[in-house]
Design a protein around this ligand. Sequence first.
Ligand SMILES: Nc1ncnc2c1ncn2[C@@H]1O[C@H](COP(=O)(O)OP(=O)(O)OP(=O)(O)O)[C@@H](O)[C@H]1O
Ligand SMILES: [Mg+2]
Length: 215
Amino acid sequence: MLELHNVTITYPTGDGIRKCSFQVAPGEMVFLVGPSGAGKSTVLKGIYLDEWPAEGHIVVSEFNSLFIAKREIPYLRRRLGVIFQDFKLLNDRDVFRNVAFVLEVVGRRNKEIKRRVLRALADVGLSHKSRKYPQELSGGEQQRIAIARAIVNEPYILLADEPTGNLDPVTSREIMDVLVRINLRGTSLLVATHNYEMVKNYNGRIIRIENGEII
Ligand SMILES: Nc1ncnc2c1ncn2[C@@H]1O[C@H](COP(=O)(O)OP(=O)(O)OP(=O)(O)O)[C@@H](O)[C@H]1O
Ligand SMILES: [Mg+2]
C-alpha cells in the first residue's frame, strides 16, 4: 500500500529527512509524531512526490518512485487524499464546487460528481453548508470541507499534515473523530503532528521522527 525504503530527501540548505523507512498497511491508522522541523511535512511531500527522494524509494499502490513517469504523477496523487493545517480551500467558489473541483479535473460526469460530493459532505456532517463560501465557515467547518475534498476520490490513503494545528482542543477532537471514522471504513490514515498528547488517545501506531530520522 505505502512503503518508504531508506528515503533521503535533501533541501539545498542540507536539511530534510535521512534514510526513513516505514510502511502503512491497508486500513491502518498511523501517526507520524515529532517536533517542529523534524521532517514530518517532508515525509508527506515525498509520498505525493512534491519532493523527490535523492536516495531510497517510495511505493504508493502500484507506483514506485524509481520507475514512475512524470505524466503518471497525477494518477499516483489520485490514490491519495491530502489535508493541511491551513485547509487550502478555494475562496472564489462555494463548498460544493470546492469538493467537486477534483472530480471535474478528472472529467467525471455531472451526475456522478453530484452523487459523490453530496456523499462526501454527508460523511463530514456538512451537507447543509454546500452553498456557503469557505470564508463563511468556522475553522473546524473549513477543515471538514477539506476532508470531504480529500475523500471524494475514494483514496487508498488519507495524508494529514498537522490537520488540527489551527483549531482549538474541542474542534481538534471533532476533526480527529471524523478522520478516525473514515479510517474505520477502510481508508488508511497517516497523520503528521507534533501533538503527542492528542494522538496518544487514539489506538493508531505511532512513528517517531526527530532531526530527519525515524527513531
Ligand atoms: N523548502 C525547503 N527548503 C529548505 N529547507 C526546508 C524546506 N522545507 C523544509 N526544510 C527544512 O527541512 C527540515 C524538515 O522540515 P519539515 O517542514 O519537514 O518539518 P516538520 O516536522 O514538518 O515541522 P513543523 O512541525 O514545523 O511543520 C527543517 O529543518 C526545515 O527547515
Ligand atoms: Mg510540517
